[in-house]
Design a protein around this ligand. Structure first.
Ligand SMILES: NC(=O)c1ccc[n+]([C@@H]2O[C@H](COP(=O)([O-])OP(=O)(O)OC[C@H]3O[C@@H](n4cnc5c(N)ncnc54)[C@H](OP(=O)(O)O)[C@@H]3O)[C@@H](O)[C@H]2O)c1
Length: 428
């Protein structure tokens, strides 16, 4: 029997599900893989907390260093979350030559190169399938199966909370506030939902996806991100009228001159495969010259799906330990050549509240034209004193679109630029 001792940092939502699998499905895993995965140490913060699976008191500790340093632990699973002490513990394990499996996207996005370099130096795996897309296999397909593909673009719906909220807003007319409250009641949104609704969580995942897709480190600081907090149900209604739906997208794209990585809410044509991704489901859409289009979709969070991805990594790492081979790096650590967001060509949807007077439309079109932005379509609603103009532009550099927006705000007959949402379609 091939035995590997597992040390677990954290026994919360993901860790709790993993413990259940390792205990209850021990024989089934052994029968399927030939591996005897023994849970030897588990670190938690609160010793007295009730757990769904009772663990031997000798296994539990409140000092996570005990787990990493235990000579009977050959493989460390980090599911405690946060940057510290998780970061130092992962480094400590890797430097001690212990493979690490983590689900911590925030840590990877912040300190990925340092952790990957430590894993390389020790020749042990650092695996993180659960860090993006929860239970969806996406890290391994990108870093291994598609390693030879010149990936053009990765577009993901990688935050279940915001996708749930946007679905409620677009399909049921829920207000932003009601949708957020419902997401919190159902346990999709954290008590402090800032990272979800502000786009920070999706940005960390976008940085990881970009690094795998393009084989170089993109860096979280280079990811432009905007959340969904300025969207209203009126935007949803108008999007539908124009044949679009609004999704929070994480986009990593190969452009002339380099790579751009960004997160923002965008209108997608209703026929786009990602437009059909509803509720808390996540999906990642990959475009490449040889594979064409690939769609990976499924549960992006939750204890059981996420633990499934973690367990897959544990089995993979255990096999590598037992094979005794030095592990080749899966990501090159050179920095990506980056295209600044201001230079990225995007289409914009702009909703303007204007005075309903002759010549206003011409004035508006003139301001767009002055900044080199041409208009694709215009829809007007309202009679009397005021009107609403819904404008979709052709592609222009982000900097030009922003300059046009600023000019519009200066026009006397424009009461407000009520909303701006970028419009995405196929790769340019
Ligand atoms: N939840 C998901 O659906 C999901 C999906 C994908 C990825 N992830 C990632 O998975 C990781 C874990 O998430 P989670 O939802 O399982 O978190 P969680 O429910 O908050 O669990 C965290 C666990 O870590 C323990 N812990 C925290 N700080 C500690 C410390 N300083 N010393 C010892 N133990 C400590 C906690 O102990 P106590 O139990 O005593 O409080 C708890 O057991 C995060 O990186 C998260 O981003 C989660």
């Amino acid at each position: 029997m091939k035995t590997v001792g597992i040390g677990l940092l954290g026994a919360g939502i993901v860790g709790g599900s993993l413990i259940r699998r390792l205990v209850e499905e021990h024989s089934a895993i052994e029968a399927k893989t030939g591996l005897n995965l023994e849970l030897r140490r588990v670190a938690v913060r609160d010793f007295a907390k009730e757990r769904s699976i009772a663990l031997d008191a000798a296994v539990l500790t409140i000092d996570p260093v005990d787990v990493v340093d235990d000579p009977n632990v050959g493989l460390v699973v980090e599911v405690m979350g946060g940057l510290e002490p998780a970061g130092e513990l992962v480094l400590r394990a890797l430097r001690a030559g212990k493979p690490v499996v983590t689900a911590n996207k925030a840590l990877l996005a912040a300190r990925g190169p340092e952790l990957i370099a430590a894993a390389e130096e020790s020749g042990v795996p650092l695996l993180f399938e659960a860090a993006v897309g929860g239970g969806i296999p996406i890290i391994r397909p990108l870093s291994e199966t598609l390693a030879g593909e010149q990936v053009q673009r990765v577009v993901g719906i990688v935050n279940g909370t915001t996708n749930f909220m946007l679905t409620r807003m677009s399909e049921d007319g829920a207000s932003y506030r009601d949708a957020l409250e419902e997401a919190q009641t159902l346990g999709y949104a954290e008590a402090d939902p800032t990272a979800d609704i502000g786009g920070g969580d999706a940005a960390a995942k976008a940085a990881i996806l970009a690094s795998l897709a393009f084989g170089m480190w993109a860096g979280i600081d280079n990811v432009y991100h905007q959340g969904i907090d300025s969207l209203t149900s009126a935007d949803m209604k108008w999007a539908a009228e124009l044949g679009y739906t609004i999704k929070l997208l994480a986009i990593a794209e190969r452009l002339e001159g380099g790579v751009n990585v960004r997160v923002y809410p965008a209108m997608l044509p209703v026929a786009h495969p990602l437009a059909a991704i509803r509720g808390s489901t996540n999906a990642i859409f990959i475009e490449g010259p040889s594979i064409g289009e690939l769609l990976f979709a499924g549960p992006g969070a939750g204890g059981e799906p996420t633990a499934s991805a973690v367990l897959g990594d544990v089995i993979d790492a255990a096999r590598e330990i037992l094979a005794g081979a030095q592990v080749a790096p899966r990501i090159q650590l050179s920095s990506a050549e980056l295209v600044p967001f201001e230079d990225v060509q995007t289409k914009w949807y702009v909703r303007l509240e204007v005075d309903d007077q002759p010549g206003v439309l011409a004035q508006v079109a003139g301001e767009f034209g002055r900044h080199g932005v041409s208009i694709k379509s215009v829809l007007q609603e309202g009679t009397g004193d005021d009107a609403t103009l819904m404008i979709v532009t052709h592609r222009a550099a982000e900097s030009q679109q922003r300059a046009a927006r600023s000019s519009l705000e200066e026009l006397d007959n424009v009461r407000s630029v009520a909303s701006v949402v970028r419009v995405e379609s196929a790769a340019p």
